[in-house]
Ligand binder design. Structure first.
Ligand SMILES: Cc1cc2nc3c(=O)[nH]c(=O)nc-3n(C[C@H](O)[C@H](O)[C@H](O)COP(=O)(O)O)c2cc1C
Ligand code: SF4
Ligand code: SF4
Length: 263
């Protein structure tokens, strides 16, 4: 691998930390790396070198807009592709269907890993020591993967027999409707200070600010950004999930922009 463009999305910062570390590690192996956002409607970087995608796991797979991004990729014509996802425990319905999708589009699968990070879906905050332990293991795994990618020895884990079923379930609209109901995200206008941050952060335009903000629960894909970063805690979830974030909102907004793009 000589050149790679990594398109990444991170809800609460885990994937951003991993993506940055991966980019640095690959650069350390002499690979020319550029980083771009993975967001709805954004074009993929022109086919120079290989392509990397980084994103979180959600509902045993990933966010519907990530699948839409993959579906909208131009024909690969043999271009190499790798995937790094971050998760708390297990995906189950992701890597094998993703590999198939890439192959159908003419991409050459180079390798994939799943990186365990502190969960952004917990009722109580993880201890700093616990978070550091998980993060250290995660970054070591990313280092090893970068070395394998650079050497051309990375692998794409084999599918389990259950993967197609889990994939079908995780892509089913009813699963997401149930998850949205279970999460019960709501915006408390009485508490809102009107800063507008949630609208800027939302990757799918589910929060519109027109004199006052409104959250369209049906459009929300549960990335947790608004919930984690609202400065006054006006966006709440049914179960009062812990407001986790691994980076600042400013870092996520900066990563939303392609390199060289003005704020
Ligand atoms: C709505 C939602 C669903 C999730 N589903 C899963 C899951 O199925 N399996 C898992 O291991 N982790 C799951 N997680 C945890 C995240 O994948 C994990 O914390 C990830 O590192 C978050 O990355 P980010 O900070 O870049 O958004 C879920 C998190 C959210 C918010
Ligand atoms: S981030 Fe919070 S305070 Fe700011 S506009 Fe959104 S809901 Fe209101
Ligand atoms: S409404 Fe909040 S949780 Fe839902 S997709 Fe937008 S930023 Fe993410």
């Amino acid at each position: 691998m000589n050149t790679v463009c990594i398109h990444g999305f991170s809800g609460t910062g885990n994937t951003l930390l991993v993506t940055r570390h991966l980019a640095q590690a690959l650069a350390g192996h002499g690979v020319a790396v550029s980083c771009r956002p993975l967001l709805p409607g954004l074009p993929v970087e022109a086919a120079v070198g290989d392509l990397g995608l980084t994103f979180p796991v959600a509902c045993q797979s990933t966010y519907p807009f990530v699948w839409d991004f993959v579906d909208a990729l131009p024909p690969g014509n043999g271009r190499g592709v790798f995937v790094v996802d971050t998760l708390h425990m297990t995906s189950g319905g992701l890597l094998a269907p993703l590999r198939r999708r890439f192959e159908e589009k003419g991409y050459h699968p180079l390798g994939a890993i799943e990186v365990r990070m502190p969960s952004n879906l917990r009722l109580q905050a993880i201890s700093p020591e616990g978070a550091k332990r998980v993060l250290d293991q995660a970054l070591a795994k990313v280092d090893a993967f970068a070395a394998e990618l650079a050497a051309g020895t990375a692998r794409w884990p084999r599918a389990g027999w259950f993967e197609s079923t889990v994939y079908a379930l995780s892509r089913w609209r009813g699963t997401w409707a149930f998850a949205r109901w279970g999460m019960g995200m709501r915006l408390d206008r009485a508490q809102c200070s009107g800063c507008g941050l949630c609208e800027k952060l939302c990757p799918v335009g589910a929060i519109r600010y027109d004199r006052e903000p409104a959250l369209d629960r049906g459009a929300c894909q549960l990335c947790m950004r608004c919930h984690s970063f609202c400065p006054v805690g006006a966006i709440r979830s049914r179960l009062s999930w812990n407001r986790y974030h691994a980076v600042t909102a400013a870092e996520l907004l900066a990563a939303n922009k392609s390199e060289g793009e003005e704020s």
